[in-house]
Unconditional design. Structure first.
Length: 201
């Protein structure tokens, strides 16, 4: 199966779509949309229903609904219990659980990273006392090392307020190691130019 759930940012949370539900239940996307409209009141007890208008090759647009875990689970109960529907429901529950575990793991890493950031911030302040943008510049070096993008690019690309929220758990782990490496280099006397060269390697 393809990826069954998505996570863009904390505001949108984890969700699946009417396209995914239609693909794996064998129910037409038109019928999924019909069920959504028919049971809007019940579905919105678990959060506001969100949709996007996705362009089709014909030039027309299709309304693609987004469902959180509770909405998706409820919507599937309105379908006949065919074998594909039952199999998909089981896989979807597992996918939501796995994604929530990933986010929890990432948050734990970010909490640990905050402690590292404070000590790194102190080192940067001591090393470059007259440079007001030292921390943000060095932070961008670290982010680019692990993701290829600086803070502003990450925020814009993933529509998040905090650039670190756009990183995967693996990238957060890498970021912690990179920041520790930067701190060590600063403590032995590296200037910004040397640091930039080291991070580009």
């Amino acid at each position: 199966m393809d990826k069954l759930v998505m996570y863009a940012n904390p505001k949108d949370g984890i969700y699946t779509t009417s396209e995914i539900i239609a693909k794996y239940t064998g129910v037409s996307i038109e019928h999924v949309g019909q069920l959504t409209r028919q049971h809007t009141t019940s579905l919105e007890k678990f959060g506001k229903l969100v949709f996007e208008n996705r362009p089709l090759p014909s030039g027309q647009k299709r309304k693609v609904w987004h469902y959180n875990e509770e909405q998706a689970t409820l919507l599937i109960t309105f379908m006949r219990n065919t074998k594909p529907v039952v199999e998909f429901k089981t896989a979807l529950v597992a996918a939501f659980f796995s994604q929530k575990e990933e986010i929890a793991h990432k948050q734990a890493l970010l909490n640990d990273l905050t402690k590292v950031n404070k000590s790194l911030a102190d080192v940067i302040k001591e090393r470059f006392p007259e440079w007001p943008h030292a921390y943000s510049s060095i932070n961008n070096l670290a982010l680019k090392k692990v993701s290829g993008l600086n803070a502003k690019q990450l925020r814009n690309k993933f529509n998040v307020g905090d650039a670190k929220a756009a990183l995967t758990a693996e990238q957060v782990e890498q970021l912690e190691k990179v920041r520790e490496a930067i701190k060590s280099l600063l403590l032995i006397g590296f200037d910004y130019r040397q640091l930039k060269t080291a991070m580009a390697a």
